[in-house]
Design a protein around this ligand. Sequence first.
Ligand SMILES: [Fe+2]
Length: 185
Amino acid sequence: MALTLQEIEHLLVTQGPLQYGREAVSQLEHALQCAQLAEQAGESPATVAACLLHDLGHLLAPGGGTHEQDDLHQYVALPFLRSLLPDAVLEPIRLHVDAKRYLCTVEPGYWEALSPASQHSLVLQGGAFSGPEAERFASLPFAQEAIRLRRYDDHAKVPGLATPPLAHYLSAVRALAVEAPLSPA
Ligand SMILES: [Fe+2]
């Protein structure tokens, strides 16, 4: 069930041109923009890698969700990545939807600034957290990384924005991977 680095690259290249939900960018453009925002902010390689891969679940099960159903994409990729990458990559991915639910609760104006598609998916994902749920979330390991990932995610939807190529960010993933590199960095 585990993916190799080569298979992750293949997935991003072949499925990446799919539209990112109802946004005006592709899945690959969104992933690259998210990773670029993290890199520009000085995030660790693990958080940059999490940003690149946070929506891999959409590519593993394209069309898994519908307008009326949550695809739970934050969990889909985890079994495929668990033997390859550390928790510092996996946990922000797992928590990035809950980070949106958290920010909607604790940050005035956050919900209003979400794209219409993201506002719609929030409802399917369970809506804003209650106060106790938000407190519990904030205490989890890697919650802060997930929250920052979420903010990059929200802004990684700019049509036509130039980014470094996929190979640039895959080298960050490769450096973190448990397996021996399949090709020279
Ligand atoms: Fe995303």
